[in-house]
Design a protein around this ligand. Structure first.
Ligand code: SF4
Length: 146
């Protein structure tokens, strides 16, 4: 049997996004037919409220929200918690929501709140990769073994 798969909770239909909405992804939800899914939201796990001010990761590595409050510590705590849960369940792969300052892989907003995407990794995506977990986005579901 394949190990459980870590997934961003918003992709499963959890309304945990900063704006209080979800981002349901049918391809991700379908994976539940063949894999055990472990939904996580690093930002909620860090104790941030929903809804919350939009935050972006700056090139310096700091996470700052639209109210100019530094949220780096919370985002790093959420990333560490994501790694802890992945290890607890023996996950070797994660499907994470693209472009998020926590979950984004490969492309994230640049920290200026201008809608500009730049190469980069969200805090949780990077921490999971550093822990040896393969990170994919909701656009990569077809690449997954099931
Ligand atoms: Fe979704 Fe990740 Fe943002 Fe939580 S932190 S709302 S799981 S993208």
């Amino acid at each position: 049997d394949l190990p459980p798969l870590l997934v961003s909770a918003c992709l499963m239909g959890e309304p945990c996004r900063y704006d209080g909405k979800d981002y349901p992804c049918p391809a991700v939800r379908k994976l539940a037919n063949t894999r055990t899914l472990i939904p996580i939201c690093p930002e909620v796990m860090a104790g941030l409220p929903t809804p919350r001010a939009c935050a972006e990761l700056q090139p310096s590595g700091r996470v700052v929200d639209a109210d100019d409050i530094d949220r780096t510590a919370a985002f790093e705590a959420g990333a560490a918690e994501a790694v802890r849960i992945a290890r607890e369940h023996g996950c070797t792969q994660a499907i994470l929501k693209s472009k998020s300052p926590s979950c984004g892989k490969g492309l994230i907003y640049d920290g200026t709140f201008s809608g500009t995407l730049v190469p980069g990794m969200g805090k949780a995506a990077q921490a999971l990769i550093d822990a040896g977990i393969e990170v994919l986005s909701e656009n990569d579901c077809a690449d997954l073994q099931s």
